[in-house]
Write a protein that binds this ligand. Structure first.
Ligand code: ZN
Length: 216
């Protein structure tokens, strides 16, 4: 190959936006073509990789994806390409004026309920005990999203963990609905090792249906 052709080829690949082209192809076809979807996801992977965004938050990755494509990408495809939950992907939009942005946050869009079957499975996997304090009272056990739903966390097994009601609240830094965590991303299991309260030292309520306010 002559140097002139090499330069020409380089120029072509740099000016075209493969991700954008793939998305155009994807959304203009019904039913959605699976090979294009796969290629799109691979392209996103390499884009994030080349820009050092793989370890960044879902938010940054989603914004970059919309901006690279210069349009709003279907939430289903965003969720697949990024690996976040569908409800989280739905929170983002794109406009020429604003670029990628987050839509109004509403409680209804963050719903990512753990099914009763999944709940049982996770609790059994974790030995029917709270991973933080070791409490084994099944009535007290809850399933926690390690990366909160509000930050794009999914219902995949790897993102779920068994905690008692008390530790669940602690994991969310005092409020289960806050969307915050008491640990930094990736440090959940380390955090569970730092439990200061042994279960026997706590006063457990006799009626678990009763709201306990004095605990936290
Ligand atoms: Zn606990």
């Amino acid at each position: 190959m002559t140097p002139a052709i090499v330069i020409l080829l380089l120029g072509t690949s740099m000016s075209s936006n493969k991700l954008q082209d793939l998305y155009e192809e994807y959304r203009s076809t019904y039913p959605r073509p699976e090979p294009v979807e796969t290629e799109f996801c691979e392209e996103v992977e390499s884009l994030l990789d080349s820009e050092g965004l793989k370890s960044e938050t879902y938010e940054m990755q989603i914004r970059r994806l919309h901006e690279r494509c210069e349009q709003k990408i279907e939430a289903g495809l965003v969720a697949k390409a990024i690996g976040c939950s569908l409800s989280y992907a739905r929170r983002f939009s794109y406009s020429n004026e604003r670029g990628a942005f987050q839509k109004e946050w509403s409680k209804s869009t963050q719903n990512e309920k753990v099914s009763p079957g999944a709940r049982t499975k996770i609790i059994n996997r974790d030995g029917k005990t709270c991973l933080r304090c070791g409490l084994g009272d099944e009535r007290e056990l809850e399933v926690h999203h390690i990366l909160p739903v509000s930050q794009g966390g999914t219902n995949e097994d790897s993102n779920l963990a068994t905690l008692c009601s008390h530790c669940h609240e602690a994991a969310h830094d005092g409020s289960k609905t806050s969307g915050k965590t008491a640990y930094v991303e990736g440090n959940f299991y380390e955090w569970t090792q730092k439990a200061e309260i042994a279960p026997e030292e706590r006063d457990l309520p006799l009626d678990t249906g009763q709201k306990r306010i004095s605990d936290y």
